[in-house]
Design a protein around this ligand. Sequence first.
Ligand code: NI
Length: 140
Amino acid sequence: MSKTEETIRFSVSLPRSLLEEIDQRVVGRGYASRSELVRDLIRERMVEDAWTAGTEEVSGVLTIVFDHHQRDLAQQVLDIQHRDYVHVVATTHVHMDHHNCLEVIILRGQADQIERLSIEIGGLRGVRLAKLTKASRLTA
Ligand code: NI
């Protein structure tokens, strides 16, 4: 949130049990206040909605761990990234140990196409972990 933006206070009615659950999360996750937790929940939902709607360009970070010794795998991962329907913004490759490579792939484009690319890479033989983190622009 920008420093200059006005913060509006409003009332929300909740069942007591739901408020208690929220308060447990505030403490458990180290939030400074209920408001901070609720703001994060709203932002998460807005990102989800942006991905579901598919009407705006979104960003995603695909994290993969794969077998360095799986034949042709690195090349297959690269070939998929080189297709032009999703923009690969950046990739970082880390050699974790003798067997494992970690790669972080930052993607931008249409939500369904980013998801398709992620599923495709995740399904390659030798890819041990594939996790997509969804992001989108947020106004505050
Ligand atoms: Ni490596």
